[in-house]
Design a protein around this ligand. Structure first.
Ligand SMILES: NC(=O)c1ccc[n+]([C@@H]2O[C@H](COP(=O)([O-])OP(=O)(O)OC[C@H]3O[C@@H](n4cnc5c(N)ncnc54)[C@H](OP(=O)(O)O)[C@@H]3O)[C@@H](O)[C@H]2O)c1
Length: 262
């Protein structure tokens, strides 16, 4: 399978590029619609895996036009080329859903911020354009910094490096080892078109998860109960029924701890 990968220098893209032979796309930031089409025509891919995005909620909120272009228009241009696309979305599409409904299955969406609204618009419009598009709703992901690969602020790094950290004692939310996300992506490209919750599950709150990791690694970090109250815990059984299974949040953390001998 010939894979054209966008965002190959980003957090997720770099790990996909390290795991599989891919054609890394140039940056999409200044490409026109015709430029995107030309880039795809030249690469002649079987599938496009699209990870490029403005992935920071606050940046999207401050720059709504840029967010719409990056998170809605660009992916639609890719889908419009007629090549099968795998597009990354986010568990934030559940950010306004009532907490008694968790874990959320794919149709429980209720986006409560601009980033999430744009991701949901991208999902719906890309499926309208091509029913074979695969949308992957990812959780917050983590990894250690690796030489040559992009990293970003994430749960594991905060726990390892911060003297104090705040996590919500009521928010049920999963975090996922990004290497599992990368490793499943070729199988994801073979999924029937549609939306899939794609990551670990977690029945613990973020604060309970943080205490679990603190105890596992005997970390000095001082934890406080603060932060968002909304739940983001996804039910990932639809992807699992298609053969894509993730470790639970705590098992994923165990795997990462073992990989890096933490
Ligand atoms: N990281 C997470 O925890 C997380 C959680 C849930 C969902 N997601 C989703 O998963 C996907 C990958 O996330 P990520 O963390 O790998 O993203 P990222 O590292 O923040 O960004 C990926 C790439 O997007 C490109 N990019 C940045 N701004 C852009 C813009 N204005 N227009 C076009 N491209 C732009 C950049 O590539 P160039 O420099 O080559 O332009 C960047 O390397 C995204 O769709 C994100 O929304 C991520």
């Amino acid at each position: 399978m010939k894979i054209l990968l966008t965002g190959a220098s980003g957090f997720v893209g770099a790990r996909i590029a390290a795991a599989f032979p891919v054609i890394p796309s140039p940056s999409l930031r200044s490409l026109t619609r015709d430029g995107v089409r030309r880039m795809v025509d030249e690469a002649e891919p079987d599938v496009i895996i699209h990870t490029a995005a403005i992935s920071d909620i606050a940046t999207c909120e401050k720059n709504p036009d840029a967010s719409w272009h990056a998170n809605v228009e660009l992916p639609l241009w890719l889908v419009g080329t007629g090549v099968k696309c795998v597009l990354f979305s986010s568990d934030q599409v559940y950010s306004g859903a009532p907490s008694d409904g968790h874990p959320y299955s794919e149709d429980n969406v209720c986006p409560a911020n601009l980033y999430a609204r744009h991701k949901l618009e991208m999902e719906q419009r890309s499926l309208d354009l091509s029913g074979e598009t695969v949308l992957l709703r990812a959780t917050w992901m983590y990894d250690m910094p690796i030489c040559g690969l992009a990293n970003r602020s994430n749960f594991l790094m905060t726990m390892l490096r911060a003297g104090e950290a705040a996590f919500s004692g009521t928010q049920h939310r999963a975090v996922t080892y990004v290497r599992e996300v990368a490793l499943h992506v070729c199988r994801a490209a073979q999924l029937p078109g549609g939306v899939y919750n794609y990551g670990s599950e977690n029945s613990l709150t973020m604060l309970e998860t943080a205490y679990w990791l603190k105890n596992q690694l005997q970390l000095p970090v001082v934890l406080h109960d603060a932060g968002p109250r909304h739940d983001l815990w996804m039910d990932c059984s639809k992807a699992a029924a298609c053969g894509i299974t993730f470790s639970s949040t705590t098992d994923g953390l165990r795997k990462c701890i073992a990989d890096y001998s933490l």
